[in-house]
Design a protein around this ligand. Structure first.
Ligand code: GN1
Ligand code: MG
Length: 364
């Protein structure tokens, strides 16, 4: 099926004009589609779900519908626009499902593109960073009372760091591409971080942390902003919503937005944790969650930053060792660059831990 035919299978009205591929995501294939209806432009986001990563796409979509329906009710209560502050998945004309299956058995979905919106891969604007924090914090707030256990687990053990270590060691042992010899130092470094990086999981195993609905992919480019007012609006990319620890979302967001460079920048000597960016995000996020956050959650936020950074380093390196089969790559050493970048960042996070703790205490 062509993109035009896919769009035609959803319950959207108007005339198809054009489509262009968006290349920021590492997993799914995403297209920005333009329609016109009654002389007015209408835009949509159409995505092919990666079946290699999401084995049961229909259940991923059930999660998304369930979560967005709940968030929508709370957005209404807050007096905000549901068109701009929450994603809407369109339904198939044929069977009313929130996806369409093509002749190859691939699953496609379609969302409304929020008019006059933009996203940030990286920014030096601390106000914007604070607002990314507000958006992810508000997402938590809008899911307050939602039973996380109702959700399907789209990827098992997604942030289970000890399991990620096992997977990594398997990739090292199998050494299918013969790349282990190039990355001895990185393997050693990941090993050294193991005890610290596995702490968060042990808090969870001991039942010390509440299970929340977490987003699990809190990169700044997963928040849409109003292009003119720079107001933060809907949280995007809900594929990995599932039960988890608040520190996952805090940590993942920080490792992305407070990195002085993009996560795949190969100039590793330039990579560090920008304390001002850290503080801006923490301020926005904590303002939204401070009435519900527990003391143990507060204690684990920065462990989450370290854990998420090491985990990403390990996932990128695992994929490099396996021959780049999971993340999309733009050049042969791309996953290796990403892994090295995250290791430099993890090291700097550790070095700045005391300062990070002080900042958290300032805002709770
Ligand atoms: C993947 O495709 P994207 O950018 O939404 C990955 C995340 C990583 C991220 C790193 C399902 O997300 O876990 O943090 O790349 N998503 C999945 O950029 O593995
Ligand atoms: Mg994602």
């Amino acid at each position: 099926m062509t993109i035009q035919e896919i769009c035609g299978s959803f319950d959207i009205v108007g005339r198809y004009i054009s489509c262009s591929e968006l290349t920021t995501g590492n997993i799914n294939c995403t297209y920005h589609v333009k329609y016109v209806r009654d002389g007015e432009g209408k835009d949509y986001i159409v995505q092919r779900i990666n079946k290699n990563v999401f084995k049961e796409p229909e259940k991923v979509m059930e999660n998304i519908v369930c979560v967005t329906d709940y968030v929508r009710q709370n957005i209404i209560k807050k007096g905000l626009s549901t068109k701009r502050f929450v994603l809407r998945a369109f339904l198939s004309k044929k069977d009313g499902k929130p996806y369409v299956i093509d002749e190859q058995g691939d699953y496609w979905r379609c969302y409304r593109y929020i008019k006059n919106s933009t996203t940030f891969d990286q920014t030096d604007d601390l106000k914007v960073i604070e607002r990314v924090g507000v958006a992810f914090g508000r997402f938590q707030d809008c899911l307050d009372g939602f039973d996380a256990c109702k959700l399907f687990i789209p990827i098992k053990d997604f942030h289970n760091t000890p399991k990620r270590y096992l997977d990594f060691y398997n990739a090292v042992t199998e050494n299918v591409c013969g790349r282990v010899k190039e990355v001895k130092c990185e393997i050693e470094r990941i090993n050294e971080y193991k005890d610290e990086a596995c702490k968060l999981q042990s808090y969870l195993d001991q039942g010390k942390l509440p299970l929340r609905v977490t987003h699990n992919d809190t990169k700044s480019n997963n928040v849409s902003f109003d292009m003119e007012t720079l107001e933060p609006m809907a949280v995007l990319d809900l594929d990995t919503v599932m039960p988890g620890a608040l520190a996952y979302d805090f940590g993942d967001a920080i490792r992305f937005i407070a990195n002085t460079e993009l996560e795949d920048c190969p100039d590793f000597e330039k990579v560090s944790l920008d304390i001002n960016k850290y503080e801006a995000f923490a301020k926005g996020f904590l303002a939204e969650v401070k009435h519900s956050i527990t003391e143990t959650e507060i204690e684990t936020l920065n462990i989450g930053v370290f854990t998420m950074t090491v985990e990403l380093a390990m996932r990128f390196l695992t994929d490099y060792l396996r021959g780049d089969v999971y993340f999309k790559t733009k050049y042969p050493g791309h996953n290796l660059d990403r892994a090295r970048n995250q290791l430099v960042l993890a090291n700097d996070v550790m070095a700045k831990m005391e300062r990070l703790e002080k900042i958290i205490r300032k805002y709770v």
